[in-house]
Write a new protein. Structure first.
Lengths: 229, 222
């Protein structure tokens, strides 16, 4: 083992950490906007719209993120759409985040008994008002833990962008390895760095789940695991 | 710039190779899932056990594998471990990484599943004089597995998609095959498009199949 490569390459790795956080933050914003839009459209009470949104969301969710990146970066130029690597990664990850968040939002909204919406509408509220003042405040609490969970997966999955050549933490490790050949030390340290970023988020997600979970906790956890397909 | 000419005939020519890749993706995913189920159940039972070291070790394992990227785990096993121990071939490295990763997620599911078995079941098993092993084998685990089934199904679906990452170390499966073909014939749009369709079909059929089994299980429980 030659651990001295770590302090030597630390500034470069930390630049990688910054790039990973930047990429994650970018997709967090774009993906959340897309996810909220898709999620609300998916529960909007127009059958045809719901069906179309289900197909879109399921289609995106069934393709591996890596393949989406390759398709956007290498495949789309055929249609005259040329996107640089960073943008390709952001686009693919935005679709990924949007589809998965839409699913989380749908699950949370559908977990609130329908009668509440109907009761609201029958007292003279519009659909929008009933959603905003009755359903969403309750659903928001339920989507919080899985949303934080998605953010963790998002950060981990930014590593996939390294394969198409985006500079971030994994790429920084690969480039350092090309100079030093110290695979063991570098991948270990980079794993620790990812862990330090992700572990607090996982813990937060779990404590939110416990706090909002109630007496039916284990079954509720399983249900949320089953919903995040 | 000359406009791109689509050559969909290339998909037809590549179809046997792509199909082989799809079959490998399915095979690798099921194999890793099977091994991951065994390891995951063992981890979950240990985490429920009375040994404090065991509980702590399982927690550490699960947290490490859930909080680091799978790609880094794959690279670590394939490129990093040879410096310390042995050089595993790409296939073994990929399978090992996918197994360890899915075991961590399955352990979490099994843990929740074991906790969801009503306490009275445990007490009843004890009071009829079953040993701890008999209690686990005949009373707790069968129920926990049934309760966990939907979440385990999810893990399998995720695993099929995640298996695409082992293409990065040269393990042959659908993603690798798609790369291989498109780097040779330069028909990226057509080839990656075909791979997209393949994954969609695999995931669709798998999800439907799992939902079917899930419904059967629920009926059997009711």
């Amino acid at each position: 083992m030659r651990w001295q490569v770590i302090p030597q390459s630390l500034p470069y790795l930390l630049a990688g950490v910054r790039a990973t956080l930047l990429l994650s933050a970018t997709v967090l914003v774009t993906g959340t906007v897309l996810g909220v839009t898709w999620g609300l459209l998916r529960v909007f009470p127009v059958a045809a719209l719901q069906r179309v949104m289900t197909v879109v969301v399921e289609a995106v969710r069934s393709v591996p993120l890596l393949l989406q990146m390759f398709f956007i970066f290498f495949g789309l130029p055929a249609l005259g759409i040329q996107t640089p690597v960073f943008l390709s990664a952001v686009l693919a990850m935005t679709l990924w985040m949007g589809a998965n968040l839409a699913e989380v939002i749908r699950g949370a909204i559908e977990s609130i008994p329908r009668g509440q919406l109907e009761a609201g509408v029958s007292t003279g509220l519009t659909y929008g008002q009933a959603m905003r003042s009755i359903i969403l405040p309750q659903a928001l609490r339920r989507m919080l833990p899985p949303f934080v969970g998605l953010c963790t997966i998002l950060i981990k999955d930014t590593s996939i962008a390294a394969i198409i050549g985006v500079f971030e933490l994994t790429r920084a490790a690969q480039e350092t390895i090309e100079r030093t050949f110290r695979t063991f030390e570098l991948y270990l340290v980079v794993a620790v760095m990812y862990f330090l970023i992700c572990f607090p988020l996982t813990s937060l997600s779990r404590s939110l789940e416990r706090r909002l979970g109630g007496p039916d906790h284990p079954r509720a956890v399983l249900a949320s695991m089953a919903a995040s397909r | 710039m000359k406009a791109y000419e689509f050559h969909f005939i290339e998909i037809w020519k590549a179809l046997p190779y792509l199909t082989e890749g799809a079959a490998l993706t399915i095979g690798i995913s099921f194999l890793a899932m099977l091994l991951g189920l065994v390891v995951g159940l063992a981890l979950a039972l240990t985490s429920q056990g009375s040994l404090r070291v065991g509980r702590w070790a399982v927690s550490a394992y699960v947290e490490i594998f859930r909080n680091t990227p799978l790609l880094i785990q794959i690279f670590f096993i394939y490129f990093g471990l040879p410096l310390l121990l042995v050089k595993l071939p790409a296939f073994a490295s990929g399978l090992l990484a996918l197994t360890l990763y899915s075991a961590a997620y399955n352990a979490e599911v099994f843990r929740a599943g074991l906790e969801a078995v009503p306490r009275g079941q445990r007490e009843a098993a004890r009071s009829t004089g079953l040993t701890a092993w008999q209690e686990a084998r005949h009373v707790i685990v069968p129920q926990a597995v049934r309760i966990s089934f939907p979440a385990l199904g999810n893990n399998l679906v995720s695993l099929v998609k995640n298996s695409s990452l082992v293409s990065a170390i040269g393990m042959v499966e659908l993603m690798f095959v798609a790369n291989d073909i498109s780097f040779n014939n330069f028909r990226s749009f057509e080839v990656y498009g075909a791979a997209v369709v393949y994954y969609m079909i695999i995931i669709l059929v798998l999800s439907r199949g799992l939902a079917l089994v899930e419904r059967r299980l629920q009926k059997a429980l009711a």
